[in-house]
Design a protein around this ligand. Sequence first.
Ligand SMILES: NC(=O)c1ccc[n+]([C@@H]2O[C@H](COP(=O)([O-])OP(=O)(O)OC[C@H]3O[C@@H](n4cnc5c(N)ncnc54)[C@H](OP(=O)(O)O)[C@@H]3O)[C@@H](O)[C@H]2O)c1
Length: 235
Amino acid sequence: MVCLVTGSSRGLGKAIALAFGKTGHKVVIHYKDKSREAEDVASQIKESIILKADVRNFKEVKTLIDEIIKKWGRIDTLVNNAGITQEALLLKTSEEDFNNVIATNLKGPFNFIRSAALHMMKQKSGHIINIASIAGIKGKAGLSAYSASKAGLIGLTISTAAELSRYNIMVNAILPGYMLTDMGKNSSNEAKEKALKESLVKNFSNPDNVAEFICYLSETSGITGQVFNLDSRVV
Ligand SMILES: NC(=O)c1ccc[n+]([C@@H]2O[C@H](COP(=O)([O-])OP(=O)(O)OC[C@H]3O[C@@H](n4cnc5c(N)ncnc54)[C@H](OP(=O)(O)O)[C@@H]3O)[C@@H](O)[C@H]2O)c1
């Protein structure tokens, strides 16, 4: 079984790649800049390849998918995890920053789904798991671009699920909760304190637990078009 995890050089993506590696999957480690970190992840997995692409670039993503098919002939699970955040009030968000967040967090997953789905359709099987955020269903001051991108990703998930179910391709979204990855650590202290305060368990989310859930979901059949909230903040 072949699993592709976008943005698996660090953070949640790394945890997901390692979890799939443990279950015996062949894993594609994908990154944009951090090649050393990607190599470190690959070194911990029995069978893996490392591929670089900017998720915003349709052609680079298609080339990456073609390389996987050339090497392993199939893609069983695609996890659209790569993402960025942008903390700024709306009136301080530049057009460039807004476009960049949407291009990374929303068009990125579209680019991957657009190229990978064709191969999954031929296989008549596949799982696509999109990493969204509670911010996509519960807006937050200072996160308009990020919230919009993740709300869009939820819409993309549901519509894609409706189109691809006839090919036995399951498409779901995950809301992982606040994690102290680079993204979580680098957010403002105010954001961290608020997340902790709103958490019913008074703790941050653990990427390994999220990864375990994603591995489990990839082994189910007949569950599609759903948004799984693993965030202990109440919506
Ligand atoms: N952390 C949280 O609290 C939290 C909460 C809810 C949802 N999420 C979501 O969970 C996902 C993972 O977040 P994280 O916290 O693990 O983030 P992270 O630690 O900042 O890691 C981001 C990953 O995305 C890759 N990436 C970013 N922009 C890219 C681009 N243009 N092209 C290709 N790869 C790109 C990075 O690659 P390089 O290493 O090469 O730069 C890295 O592997 C994101 O979608 C995020 O929105 C996170």
